[in-house]
Design a protein around this ligand. Structure first.
Ligand SMILES: Nc1ncnc2c1ncn2[C@@H]1O[C@H](COP(=O)(O)OP(=O)(O)O)[C@@H](O)[C@H]1O
Ligand SMILES: [Mg+2]
Length: 507
């Protein structure tokens, strides 16, 4: 049989073009039901989970649930514009956000649209919102400190770059305050900060932005705002968006980054709302079973990358709000188990004026110790245990038992230490001053200063020291070491200062 090659190629060409055509036909589905930020859609049998959906009126959403004869979707933005019966088209791609330096100093919504009244943001690059966490080979151990500027944290719960440390406590115990102080302390330390506000009042978010501006911290920070007034899908996507933006700086610019998720309890509530609306089966405390996976896959993305990948890092500080100190409820226990430690803030401490209200007994940092500077390690190695035993002794002494002198000394020194660790907001302290403060407390140099005056005395001493012996502070800041010579010098400086004060009759 003879056949014509050109005829055959014509047939093949036609078939190929038809095949393409067939794929190109974008399927159109119909919205059958609209909920609070959710929609049920009929007719998109090929849709993938996570795929972007284009609704009418420029609204878009994401495939969330695949069911037998319909799909459940969440809608970003103005879901009131989506009506039952309207068309939906799959976009054939997954959710991504624009990334780049252009975002620095801006306040944006989780889809990277500005909400600070500034101009539109045009970036060169985008990143997928859902990406895989780096594997073992791509990481290296946490070894560089992320100085928080807070005495009680840097001395007892040190955080390393690439670590995940939970900040947990009841409402109004200073969680956001700690996070803000940490951001403010990164000035000049080459760390890009991302602050994600989830489910907070718009006024609180505005306050945060004002504070960052006031302390010159906004220029290296990106604020992502999903307020309580925003829809549940916006609140749900916000931390992923923030993480993705930080990842750009970590992977592509090889920079150190810090991501604060304030807070993940509200994130969990937004996710619960979506899941219940889309009729996912509820589990413990009515949260869907995958809430654990949701948070772990977010926090696993923080890392210290290997040198081969540029050595960038993403430190994550998730915040969780507890009810009446209940750290054993579902969301807190989940997140405690997927972080490298927690800073636990206690209401009773906060109200008795011990601020930051860090509970030393229940707070811990499991990896940051490797990243603590040597000078601090030297003076603060026993501080956590000493303070924990001080609180126990203090409870005991309330019973009115007579105490032996050794116990009394420990109690006195403990209460001075508590005073020394108090710190006002927006006053981060460099390592040098922190080390000198703690050194003075634990070596008993302040034993003759009345407990209530210790804080002020130390402040005045540091002020005097920075005028008279600035080099002592600079040496610790620079070398991060505290050698015997410096210890002797500091001790004699303290004696000298006390003599001066004695002369003035101050103590
Ligand atoms: N170290 C501190 N010294 C003085 N006031 C503080 C300190 N930390 C927090 N505050 C104040 O306590 C209040 C509650 O703090 P905030 O961080 O908003 O709590 P949370 O985020 O836990 O709800 C704020 O008015 C804040 O200014
Ligand atoms: Mg707060």
């Amino acid at each position: 049989m003879e056949f014509d090659v050109s005829e055959l190629s014509d047939i093949l060409k036609k078939q190929i073009s038809q095949y393409k055509n067939k794929l190109d036909v974008s399927k159109v589905g119909q919205v059958v039901e609209v909920g609070d930020g959710t929609a049920r859609i009929y007719g998109l049998s090929d849709a993938m989970v996570g795929e972007i959906l284009q609704f009418e009126n420029d609204v878009f959403g994401e495939v969330f649930n695949l069911e037998e004869d319909s799909i459940g979707a969440i809608i970003y933005g103005e879901y009131v514009k989506v009506k039952a019966g309207s068309d939906v088209r799959p976009a054939g791609r997954l959710m991504s956000v624009p990334t780049g330096k252009e975002l620095l100093g801006r306040v944006i919504d989780p889809l990277c649209r500005p909400v600070d009244g500034g101009p539109g943001i045009k970036t060169q690059t985008t990143r997928l919102i859902e990406s895989q966490a780096p594997g073992i080979v791509q990481r290296q151990p946490v070894k560089q400190p992320l100085q928080t500027g807070l005495k009680c944290v840097d001395s007892m719960i040190p955080i390393g770059r690439g670590q995940r440390e939970l900040i947990i406590g009841d409402r109004k115990t200073g969680k956001t305050a700690i996070a803000l102080d940490i951001i403010i302390n990164q000035k000049g330390k080459d760390v890009i900060c991302v602050y994600v506000a989830i489910g907070q009042k718009e006024s609180s978010i505005a306050q945060v932005v004002d504070i960052l501006k006031k302390y010159g911290a906004l220029e290296y920070t990106i604020v992502i705002a999903a307020s309580a007034g925003d829809s549940a899908p916006m609140q749900y996507i916000a931390p992923y968006s923030g993480c993705t933006i930080a990842e750009y700086f970590m992977y592509e610019q090889h920079r150190d980054t810090l991501c604060i998720y304030d807070d993940l309890s509200k994130h969990a509530i937004a996710y619960r709302q979506l899941s219940l609306l889309l009729r996912r089966p509820p589990g413990r405390e009515a949260y869907p079973g995958d809430i654990f996976y949701l948070h772990s896959r977010l926090l696993e993305r923080s890392a210290k990358l290997s040198d081969k990948l540029g050595g960038g890092s993403l430190t994550a500080l998730p915040i969780v709000e507890t009810l009446e100190g209940q750290i054993s409820s579902y969301i807190p226990t989940n997140i405690i188990s997927i972080t490298d430690g927690q800073i636990y803030l206690q209401k009773s401490l906060f109200h008795s004026g011990i601020r930051p209200a860090v509970d030393v007994g229940t707070s811990v940092s499991r990896v940051g110790g490797h990243a603590q500077v040597n000078a601090m390690k030297k003076v603060a190695s026993r501080l956590r245990l000493d303070l924990a035993s001080f609180w126990e002794l203090q409870n005991f002494s309330r019973l009115g038992t007579e105490l032996d002198s050794a116990t009394q000394i420990r109690l006195d020194r403990g209460s001075r230490m508590v005073e020394l660790l108090k710190q006002a907001q927006f006053a981060p302290m460099d390592v040098g001053r922190q080390v000198i403060t703690i050194f003075s407390g634990i070596t008993g140099l302040l034993d003759d200063v009345p407990v209530i005056a210790v804080g002020q005395f130390m402040e005045a001493f540091l002020q005097w020291l920075s005028q008279e012996h600035r080099d002592y502070i600079d040496e610790i800041n620079k070398t991060k070491e505290l050698n015997d010579k410096l210890i002797a010098a500091l001790t004699s400086a303290m004696h000298k200062y006390k003599k001066l004060q004695d002369g003035k009759g101050a103590i």
